[in-house]
Design a protein around this ligand. Structure first.
Ligand code: ATP
Ligand code: MG
Length: 257
């Protein structure tokens, strides 16, 4: 299908066409397309741009990643299809970063496909194609990880993650930075540092910030982050947007009850 650049939703249609193609190739699973639809809905509600609060979260994320001993980013099919180039830029900005394939719907073929997509985007070293460890407490293949990657990581960046895995990573004592447009998801609600933003925007901003953040001597000293405050900000952004769009018809909050 030819997409006209003049279409008012050209960018969204372009991304959808890319994901649909990736789904036909088997890189993205049908469930991944559903996840994208949910993400798009929240992006619409958030105004399809990075909020000042999400931008602050991205800056803190860059500091945490820079100060980590073993930072790792977890990559699924959607992230590879949407953001392989941004992941490569992240790896260049932070050479200590492990880039690890981690799939909810894992087959050996898909793991290789995700790794090839990352390499085509410019990622030099991909972990997790042949997993060597398991995350305790998680059923099935979702627990499979690399002993030198997620298993040993102190800071995990998990874009478009599932809530159970986020909880399992936290239970292992890892600091979890999530990227998820849904401020109500279990992932956003359990991460130490939830970034409520679209994945390509968020990774692009973190790369910019990494260039400005110095490395040691402050290694392993992580500035605190108010996760509940960040989620409340995201909900307030949605609330403000709905009020603006609905105008005076939007019901006023009731008082005195
Ligand atoms: P959870 O398991 O955390 O409760 P969920 O089951 O609702 O979440 P999953 O499919 O497990 O959803 O996770 C995918 C998440 O990724 C969704 O919450 C969706 O909003 C988010 N998402 C999808 N596409 C994007 C994107 N391009 N950028 C950022 N977030 C996205
Ligand atoms: Mg889920």
């Amino acid at each position: 299908m030819r997409l006209s650049r003049r279409h008012p939703r050209y960018e969204s249609l372009r991304v959808r066409a890319g994901l649909a193609e990736a789904a036909r190739d088997g890189l993205v699973v049908p469930e991944g397309l559903i996840a994208q639809g949910r993400g798009e809905a929240f992006d619409y509600l958030l105004g399809e741009r990075t909020s000042p609060s999400a931008r602050r979260a991205e800056r803190v994320a860059a500091v945490w990643l820079r100060r980590a001993d073993r930072p790792v980013v977890s990559i699924n099919g959607n992230v590879a299809a949407l953001a392989a180039r941004e992941v490569a830029r992240l790896e260049r900005a932070l050479p200590s970063l492990g880039v690890e394939v981690n799939l909810f719907h894992r087959t050996p073929k898909r793991a290789v496909q995700v790794a090839s997509t990352l390499r085509r985007g410019g990622v030099t070293r991909v972990l997790g194609v042949h997993p060597t460890a398991r995350i305790p407490g998680l059923p099935s293949d979702r627990a499979l990880v690399d002993r030198d990657g997620i298993f040993a990581a102190d800071v995990c960046l998990v874009p478009l993650e599932d809530g159970d895995r986020t909880q399992a990573l936290r239970a292992l004592g890892k600091r979890v930075i999530s990227v998820d447009l849904n401020p109500l998801s279990r992932t956003s609600r359990t991460a130490d540092l939830p970034i409520v933003d679209e994945v390509t925007r968020a990774l692009g901003h973190i790369v910019e910030d990494l260039h400005r953040v110095s490395a040691p001597p402050a290694r392993r000293v992580f500035p605190p982050f108010d996760a509940a405050g960040a989620l409340a900000d995201a909900l307030a952004t949605i609330d403000r947007r709905l009020r603006k769009v609905a105008g005076p018809r939007w019901p006023r909050p009731s008082r005195g009850r």
